[in-house]
Structures are given as C-alpha cells and as structure tokens.
Design a protein around this ligand. Sequence first.
Ligand code: URA
Ligand code: CA
Length: 437
Amino acid sequence: MRTYDLIMKKRNGRELTAMEIDYLISGYVNGNIPDYQMSALAMAIYFQGMTEQETLNLTKTMINSGETISLDAIPGIKVDKHSTGGVGDTTTLVLAPLVASAGAPVAKLSGRGLGHTGGTLDKLESIPGFSTDMTVPELVDAVKNFGVAVAGQTGNLVPADKMLYALRDVTATVDSMPLIAGSIMSKKLAAGADALVLDVKTGDGAFLKSREEAFDLARTMVSIGNGAGKKTVAVVTNMDQPLGKAIGNALEVEEAIMTLRGKGPADLQELSLYLGGWMLALAGKCSEPEEGRAVLLEAINSGAAIKKFKELIRSQHGNDAVVDDFSLLPHVENQVKVKSPRAGYVQRVKAETVGVAAMTLGAGREMKDSKIDPAVGIILEKKTGDRVRIGEALAVVHARDDASPEMVDAVEEMVLTAYEFSNEPTETADLIFGIVE
Ligand code: URA
Ligand code: CA
C-alpha cells in the first residue's frame, strides 16, 4: 500500500476499505506518515466526504490507536451524555447527579472549556476542594459506591484524535462531517459507556450554525454508535442564545444547584429532563423517555437529586456545604448592571457574543493554557421573548475586583451588542428541534 495512492483514491471520490483506513491512521500515529500527507488526506475527505461504512471504520481505527476504558465492573447499563458544546450549558452538572439519583450509574469523563464554550471540569472545580483528577480504578470505585463520578480525561484515550485534531485545526479541515463524527464518537466509545445520549447544538453559539448540518452530524453519529453496538440517540437543540441565565463557572454551579432543587431557569430544567429521560430509558430504568422525565421530576421534588449532588461533591473531596451556602463559592463584589437602552421585547441574545464577553472576563480560555477565574461571568436577566423597560437590567456582569474599568466597559458593550430588540412581542425560542434514534 502506498500513502500517495490512497490520498489519490480519496481525492477522486472513491471509498477506502477498512484496511486502507487502518494503514493511514496507524501510519500517522506511528510517525510513518508525515503531517503533509495526512493534511492532504484530510482535505480530500473534506471535499469528497466519507460513506457511513468508511466513517464507522475511521472511528474504530481511531479508538484502537490508544487505551480504552472498561466500565464492566460497574453493575447495570452505563449511559453517557455528550454535548457538542455551547454557552452556559450547565446540563452535565444537573444531569450527572439527577440521573444517578434515579438509579442509573453515571461515569462521566468531561473536558475543559476552550474559546467561548465552557467546560464541565472547570465548573466543578470552582467548588472548594473538588477534584476531577481520578485514575480509571478510582472512577470505577466511585461509581460503584456513589452511583456517579465526573473525571477529567484519564489515560491515553484516542491519541489519533489528539494528533488529527491539531492538524485539522491549522489546515481548515475541522468542519468536515465524517471527521467531526469520528473525533467525537471515538472518544465517547473509548470511554466505555453502554449507551449514549448526544446533544447536538446548533445556532449562533454552537460550532454548527445551521440546523441542517446539525441533523446531518446527529444522523452520522447515531449510525456510528449503533454500528459499534451501542444504543445511541441524538437530540438537536437550540444554542442561539445561552442556556439558562448563568455563564461562568461558580455562577453555573449555583444555577445547577437551583435546578436540582426545581428552582432553576425553565430552559435548563426542560433540557435536563428531556436528555435525562432518554438516559433513563436507554439505561433500562423505564420504558419510555416520558416516564423517565416524570421519575426525574419526582427526584427533584423529593430532594433525592440535591442529596446525590452533595454525595458527588463529598466523594470527590469538595466542600458539600456550598449547596446550602452559596457564599462558600468564589464570588466577586464587582457586579455591574447592563441597562437596556430602550423599551421593547428581546428578540435575540446572541450566544457567541455573550460567550466571548464571559471569556474576556476570565471565565473561559483564549488559549489552551490560559488561567480561568472561577468567580467571574455574566447573569442574563432578560432572554428571548422577555419584555424590557428602558434602563432595566438586561444582564449583570461579574468582573474581577481588580479588573480594569476599560475591560469592564468593553464587556458591557459586548453584552449590549448581543441583544436584539423588537417593538412587537416576540416568541420565546424553541429549545428542542428534533431527535434522531
Ligand atoms: N469536537 C470534537 O471533539 N471533535 C471535533 O472534531 C469537533 C468538535
Ligand atoms: Ca447556564
């Protein structure tokens, strides 16, 4: 086999065999195929696409490039949930304890935030003492004992993705459907869950701006998951405006706690119940997602959900008193209201702009090794569909106490530009666009 011939084969739009894909990916990981040839192949895939079979084979080969995690020692069906990334997406913080409190084991590997999207690990680590640094045996033990654990990337999972993603990032080949699907699914499947619920986000704050592309990715990932023998469903959801009211790490922990008490923002609660209902159904805890939703509501109302969150915090060495006393979470005094320049109705709150504003405050990372500040962020007082009076607060900016006034002004200005208004009453935004089973 010659790499040159395989690049040409894909460039000409022909289907690569499993053996050929394996040769290319393992050759790249072993250092036998140089970056420039892999770049050319990625560009050929970008233009020619891949068949379902090719995408499945690519995913399997990527999984085999490194270690995989086995959760077999944990009894029951383990369901994982993955979001393609959004702004203020607090659902994992809600779902992990919520679903576990209903009896389904949750072993979650999560990531850190990059760019304008937040990461679950950063949010949890804003709880004093909380550690996400766990070995695989520690993760398995914690789930056996407490029904839930949330850990950082542990072990050497899918090195092929680390290499390929870095290459795609600098060769304009990130937004290729088969390459995205292979990248996400290889990591999810290597992490050992038996079933998967995928939240594919679309809209201004998401990585896929169009609904069509999101459904395309959803279908591709579901076909890979099922092809690999794991029950997989994908929900396509709206990320045009941030989810919930809070954007920022400790602020989102507060929001998750409120939601686990049944007092959170309506959209965050709704999405959590919807995704969680599916998780319970795939875990065999109920026959229909609708029934799962009712079970979860009951867990919120009975206090079981918030009790499970305290257990999760304690088992990962955090101070669980934060649940009853938010003053134990990092916070800032420097809180600035962003006032509405006009009366009317909110038509849109552009998620990406709010995400960038939060990142500028220090809630997110501009570069991989930027330091984040757990206390800072933005609270949206008004969202799509809300009526506003002139001078009323649209949002509150939480800035570092030593932040420069120029920076805070710039952030306020950014938040203002995220808002679009209308004179006529506007509709609240749809949250769930559809599901691919
Ligand atoms: N997220 C991933 O993990 N991989 C991609 O290729 C795109 C988004
Ligand atoms: Ca939020």
